[in-house]
Design a protein. Structure first.
Length: 156
């Protein structure tokens, strides 16, 4: 069982905020009926404040200290590229793969392994002929969250 430092209510999910040693290490999408938890430290406070701003202004650029524990060199390249996709824009897995000299599948796997969705906007990457996946899922609630985030940013 994970110990969250905050549980922040959004229109699409309750976000479980995980921090360690003054850095953000994860964000989990919890069911909407999850009880909120006030931030327990400075980083979770900053994360909740910045997410609240993003929910009001889809163009907001996050500035949080992060430790991406499951990072590989390839994942880091993908995640850095994701941070450069502006709000209101999307790329296809193949387009991103081409710029990184990778494959669409490897880019999709890196997106699915993203420990801090929303902050690193993996929702801005789509399949060539549709929505694609989100959080390593191809249906259900995760795709509803992806659709909500894209609509929030003026896409679809």
């Amino acid at each position: 069982m994970k110990t969250y430092q905050a549980k922040f209510v959004t229109p699409f999910s309750v976000l479980g905020i995980l921090t360690e040693e003054n850095t953000l290490v994860g964000i989990d999408f919890l069911p909407l009926n999850t009880l909120p938890l006030a931030p327990q430290d400075e980083v979770s406070t900053a994360a909740c404040e910045q997410i609240a701003i993003y929910l009001q202004d889809a163009g907001y650029c996050f500035n949080l200290p992060m430790s991406l524990r499951n990072a590989t060199p390839h994942r880091m390249k993908v995640w850095e590229s994701l941070k450069n996709i502006p709000s209101g824009s999307v790329l296809h897995y193949g387009e991103l793969a081409k710029t990184l000299h990778s494959s669409p599948r490897a880019v999709g796997q890196a997106c699915g392994a993203n420990p801090v969705p929303i902050i690193i906007p993996c929702h801005r990457v789509l399949a060539k002929n549709g929505l694609g996946g989100f959080m390593s899922h191809s249906g259900g609630d995760p795709l509803q969250i992806k659709k909500w985030l894209l609509r929030h940013e003026g896409i679809q």
